[in-house]
Design a protein around this ligand. Structure first.
Ligand code: HEM
Ligand code: HEM
Length: 492
């Protein structure tokens, strides 16, 4: 063990912090545009008839989901990995030229891939599999990026000074392994151009699976993309940043072990809840439902462990806007992991499936849990990485309330819209004729779509305030880490 403090190298963290902010703004802006498009269809063509091909809902929707999931979220996770990894393993990136090279290559190849993804989605190239829309050349790029990240994880662990591997690192490893397996299996595809001897577009491919098999593999992947992009790496973040920021030790080590292995075992079997009442075998559907209910236990295990970490220190929730983000983040995590299992019950899913209630569930999870935690992570890291005080805590607090209001408007409007939609689609008269046509539901939903768009716009405004706060922080007067007012009382 060395006695002098290590000089950690944050250059890769900084690069990924930039992409988190840039892709967050792009992804959420596109989310806001498509929300207004759903409320007012004229917005689809508002940018002129020539541009309408690129700005209509169906082109922009996959751009939104890819930009927020693989752009904003993964950038935030990687910015945090290159920060947390060094600190808890007690090793600096600067100690290994090789790992520095891998980290930089990880970022720059990712940046090139981002441009490729945006252009290809805007041009309409898509495999049409949700969250796996990218065509095969892009998939190869993504595998390279993933392998580079894997090398950086294995490399830092390999040269670590700290013997014990902290919980956050388990979650990073799980994220790496699960996505590597799922992504490769779901994206096995045949490029049609080469298979047909040069006919058609060289970008185009068809999946190796067809029909019900395709649906099963797709939702095994899709559900676990949620689990291993929106859940496990975010748990890695909260297990590090909440104890650091609050100065409290994690409430229970046993509970963290139990919920980690519980999540690992249960998550991978629950994907069947996306294909209830479809042509996939009945036992797969029932298994999906049952495992989804069981999933409440490990999910709540992690969330309760986090909330109890604040035991005896609840006054910090009132005094620190950063703690507010993390405590509300855990609460939204509990909320969406209760709502999800309810939606996975077959009889409930009969009403919820295909409706806006699912969109409501998605966004109470991603806005309240994922994005809140990523912003909290950047707020915690920025002063330490740039060696400057956070520019404005009151701006942070105002941002928190604006975004919380935005989330509430988003999910409440989608709950009402979704359940109304589900009930109207099922309603029938005494002869079994449907009581409403599709357009009747669209008319009824209009006010809720407008409310959602307002909520989303508020959330985006809050995000721009966050970006401004970070930029102002960077340009403030430099201070040493131990001078920082909010420097953590805990070790690494
Ligand atoms: C115990 C944990 C969870 C369970 C059992 C669960 C269950 C479900 C169910 C039943 C659906 C609807 C499937 C359908 O009828 O189409 C769904 C959709 C979805 N959930 Fe969850 N959920 C959980 C947690 C989360 C969390 C924490 C997030 C995000 C942070 C999330 C994100 C999503 C997304 C993105 C979809 C939409 C997938 C699509 O495109 O159709 N879920 N979930
Ligand atoms: C400013 C904030 C946001 C707004 C206004 C917004 C709006 C939207 C809209 C309108 C849709 C399409 C809904 C539909 O097809 O009916 C959507 C889908 C989606 N959004 Fe967002 N979004 C925002 C932020 C985010 C963030 C931060 C994430 C993830 C980190 C996210 C993840 C998703 C996902 C996964 C879907 C697909 C859901 C599904 O297929 O079930 N969104 N969003």
């Amino acid at each position: 063990m060395e006695n002098r403090p290590l000089e950690y190298d944050y250059s890769v963290t900084k690069l990924f912090m930039w992409s988190t902010i840039a892709l967050g703004i792009v992804g959420m802006l596109v989310g806001v545009i498509i929300a207004w498009e759903l409320a007012f269809p004229a917005v689809n063509t508002m940018f002129g008839s020539t541009l309408a091909e690129y700005t209509n809902f169906s082109r922009l929707r996959p751009l939104h989901t890819n930009a927020v999931a693989y752009g904003f979220t993964l950038s935030g996770v990687w910015a945090s990995w290159y920060y947390i990894g060094q600190r808890v393993l007690k090793v600096s990136m600067a100690e290994s030229k090789f790992l520095m090279f891998i980290g930089k290559a990880h970022f720059y190849i990712y940046a090139v891939a981002v441009v490729g993804v945006v252009v290809s989605l805007l041009l309409g190239y898509t495999t049409s599999k949700e969250y796996a829309e990218l065509e095969w050349p892009m998939d190869i790029g993504i595998v390279v990026i993933w392998v580079l990240w894997g090398i950086s994880i294995a490399g830092l662990i390999g040269i670590r000074r700290e013997k014990a591997i902290y919980i956050s690192i388990w979650y990073f490893i799980a994220t790496f392994l699960a996505i590597a397996m799922l992504y490769i299996f779901n994206n096995l595809e045949i490029p049609t151009y080469f298979a047909s001897g040069g006919i058609g577009n060289w970008f185009h491919s068809v999946s190796m699976y067809s029909g019900s098999n395709d649906a099963m593999v797709q939702w095994w992947f899709g559900h676990n993309a949620v689990a291993f992009v929106f859940t496990t790496p975010i748990i890695a973040l909260i297990y590090y940043f909440l104890p650091k920021e609050s100065g409290q030790a994690v409430y229970s080590y046993k509970l963290s072990l139990l919920s980690f292995w519980g999540l690992m075992f249960v998550y991978l079997w629950a994907g069947g809840h996306h294909v209830l009442y479809s042509t996939v075998p009945d036992w797969v559907q029932t298994m999906g439902s049952v495992f989804s209910i069981v999933l409440i236990l490990p999910s709540w295990g992690s969330a309760i462990n986090m909330l109890l970490t604040m035991k005896g220190e609840w006054q910090q929730v009132a005094s620190s806007p950063l703690i507010k983000f993390m405590v509300l983040g855990s609460t939204f995590y509990m909320f969406s992991t209760l709502e999800g299992p309810i939606q996975a019950i077959k009889s409930v899913n009969a009403i919820a499936h295909f409706t806006d209630w699912i969109i409501g569930h998605v966004h109470d999870g991603v806005l309240g849990w994922v994005a809140f935690m990523i912003m909290a992570a950047l707020y915690h890291m920025a002063p330490r990485v740039f060696k400057r005080e956070i520019y404005s805590k009151s701006l942070m607090s105002t941002q928190f309330w604006i975004q919380t209001l935005g989330i509430v408007l988003y999910f409440t409007s989608m709950w009402i819209a979704g359940i109304t939609q589900g009930m109207m689609w099922r309603a029938h008269d005494e002869f079994g004729n449907l009581a409403y046509s599709f357009i009747d539901t669209v008319t009824v939903l209009h006010p809720y779509y407008t409310l959602r768009a307002i909520g989303g716009t508020l959330y985006l405004i809050g995000f721009i305030m966050f970006a401004y706060n970070i930029f102002k922080t960077m340009s403030a007067r430099p201070v040493e880490e131990d001078e920082l007012v909010n420097a953590s009382p805990m070790g690494a």
